[in-house]
Every structure is written in structure tokens, then in C-alpha cells.
Design a protein around this ligand. Structure first.
Ligand code: GRF
Length: 208
């Protein structure tokens, strides 16, 4: 039996959960020494909850009303309670469509991570792949970063680039970015789980 302690991940998502799946697949393949101990969605019936159930992971829909774009107040308290009950060490945002506030961040200092579908600091916010396409950028990509109180402003852990082609549509480009996301998120969590990430100001060094 493997006696090493596995990093305990709690995943928050609002949608399809393909990033959660890529993390779970890496764990099952033995390439990521971690465990998804719970999944929470703010969207009832979200596919991410079905994927969690299929993987045998505890999953819950927790309403985040009355807010529409942030996690705050009583809802935030319920999320923190669920994460703490499961002994979560790192909170993984995987398509969670709300801004995380100080309450949750202070319970998990430098322990909340997010994936963003662009090369930050370019194109923060929603529909980042469409922003890059409409801007006329030739290269975009994805960024895994620690979460701070800003929107997509936290220290960058790693990035992967994706070319933008003349015939791209928003959907085609987003799909190509997602392929990179599915490598990037497990890779970043592997570095975190191995204790390889060192913070120097806002620079995150991984020894690579
Ligand atoms: C991803 O493109 C991620 O970058 C963005 O939301 C999307 C979530 O996709 N934050 P999924 O739910 O992981 O499939």
C-alpha cells in the first residue's frame, strides 16, 4: 500500500467538468499524486457533478444565491464548510463561473488555483478565447495561476500557448485551448503536490 499522503483536492465547477476529468484521469493513471476528495457546483445538474459521481467522488450542488457572479455571504460559508469537512488542502477552480472572495481565500492561503483560457495578463474575464480572436492575436493559450482577490490577476504557475488560425471560430479555438488545459492543469498540480512551487513576490518558481 502507498503510505505517502496524497494532496487532497476540492474542485469547484459550473459546467462540463472536462478539466476536473483530466485531473481525475491523471490521478487514476498514477501520474498525479493527489486525490479529488470532493466536487462542488453552483449549477444544479451540471455535468461536472455526473463526472464526479462516475468517479466515485463526493459531489454536491450548493446554491450560491442571491449573488450571480460572486461567492460570498452565507453561500461562501457553506462552501467553506463542505471543503473543510472533506479535509481539502487545495481548492481547484475548474470552470467555476464566480469570483472567489476574501472569506474563502483566507481559509486557503495560496491554496486556491484556477485555469484561465488565455495567456494572462492578456484577456482576463469571460470568453477569453473570443476576446483573443476578436482582438486579432496570433497566439493565445491557457494559464494556471494562484487566485487572489482580483479577476485573473494571481501569480502564474504555468502557461501553454496555442496558435490562432485564420479559419478559427470561437468554438474551434476554445476546443484547441482546452486540449492544452487538459495537460496544463495536471502538470501544475503535479508541481504543487511535489512541493516544487516556490513564491518570490509574484513570481512562482518550479525549478524548471
Ligand atoms: C475552461 O475553458 C476553463 O479555462 C474556463 O472554463 C472552462 C471550463 O471547462 N475557466 P470545463 O468545465 O473544465 O470543461
Amino acid at each position: 500500500m502507498d503510505s505517502r499522503k496524497k494532496l487532497r483536492l476540492g474542485v469547484l465547477g459550473s459546467g462540463a467538468g472536462s478539466n476536473m476529468q483530466s485531473i481525475q484521469d491523471a490521478i487514476e493513471d498514477g501520474t498525479l499524486d493527489a486525490e479529488i476528495v470532493c466536487v462542488i457546483s453552483d449549477v444544479s445538474g451540471a455535468k461536472i457533478l455526473d463526472r464526479a459521481a462516475a468517479a466515485g467522488v463526493d459531489a454536491a450542488y450548493i446554491d450560491a444565491a442571491p449573488y450571480k457572479t460572486k461567492l460570498d455571504g452565507e453561500a461562501e460559508r457553506k462552501y467553506i464548510e463542505y471543503l473543510e469537512e472533506h479535509g481539502v488542502e487545495v481548492v481547484v477552480l475548474a470552470g467555476f463561473m464566480r469570483i472567489i472572495k476574501e472569506g474563502l481565500l483566507s481559509r486557503f492561503p495560496n491554496r486556491v488555483v484556477n485555469i484561465h483560457p488565455a495567456l494572462l495578463p492578456s484577456f482576463p474575464g469571460r470568453d477569453a478565447w473570443k476576446q483573443a480572436l476578436d482582438y486579432g492575436a496570433k497566439i493565445t493559450g491557457c494559464t494556471v495561476h494562484f487566485v487572489d482577490t482580483g479577476t485573473d490577476t494571481g501569480p502564474i504557475i504555468l502557461q501553454k500557448s496555442v496558435p490562432i488560425r485564420d479559419d478559427d471560430t470561437p468554438e474551434v479555438l476554445h476546443a484547441r485551448i482546452q486540449l492544452q488545459e487538459h495537460d496544463a492543469y495536471p502538470e501544475a498540480l503535479r508541481l504543487l503536490a511535489a512541493g516544487r512551487l516556490k513564491m518570490e513576490g509574484r513570481r512562482v518558481k518550479s525549478g524548471i
